[in-house]
Design a protein around this ligand. Structure first.
Ligand SMILES: O=C(CO)COP(=O)(O)O
Length: 139
């Protein structure tokens, strides 16, 4: 599965700890992140992550581009609900695209944990069908 990690600055420690806790699970998947989030996770785990630009410089939009094509399977996006972000429109656009495509997205660690448990159980198998059959394949 393609999994994206994104965290705002005051949530960086939380996402790193989360990645450490589920490192074995994540190691079996294709990982993506915004710039600084990925740097922090890779600095504290053995995980290999494809890093996009930093969020304020367009990283959310780059991940959003994959979401728009229904390529991303799970997004863990620990937002800071108590601090305004300069790139708020990009954040809203990314979350909107997740809803357009029906992609599982966690915006807090409690939900992230439930989704990762579901991933471990095999509950994301339906996403393989999404990748197998692109729009237009089925009449
Ligand atoms: O701002 C972000 C998401 O909106 C995260 O970006 P960084 O991972 O580069 O800090």
């Amino acid at each position: 599965m393609k999994i994206a990690f994104i965290a705002h600055d005051r949530k960086k420690e939380e996402i790193v700890n989360f990645a450490i806790a589920y490192e074995k699970t994540f190691s079996h998947h294709e990982l993506y992140s915004t710039g600084t989030t990925g740097k922090n996770i890779m600095g504290n785990t053995e995980l290999q992550i494809h890093r996009f630009m930093s969020g304020p410089l367009g990283g959310d939009q780059q991940i959003g581009a994959l979401v728009a094509e229904n390529e991303m399977d799970l997004i863990i996006f620990l937002r800071d609900p108590l601090m305004a972000q300069p790139h708020e429109p990009d954040i809203i656009a990314l979350l909107r695209l997740c809803d357009v495509q029906g992609i599982p997205v966690a915006t807090n660690v409690a939900t992230a944990e439930i989704l990762v448990k579901a991933l471990e159980r095999g509950d994301f198998a339906w996403r393989e069908l999404v990748h197998k059959y692109k729009p237009g394949d089925i009449e």
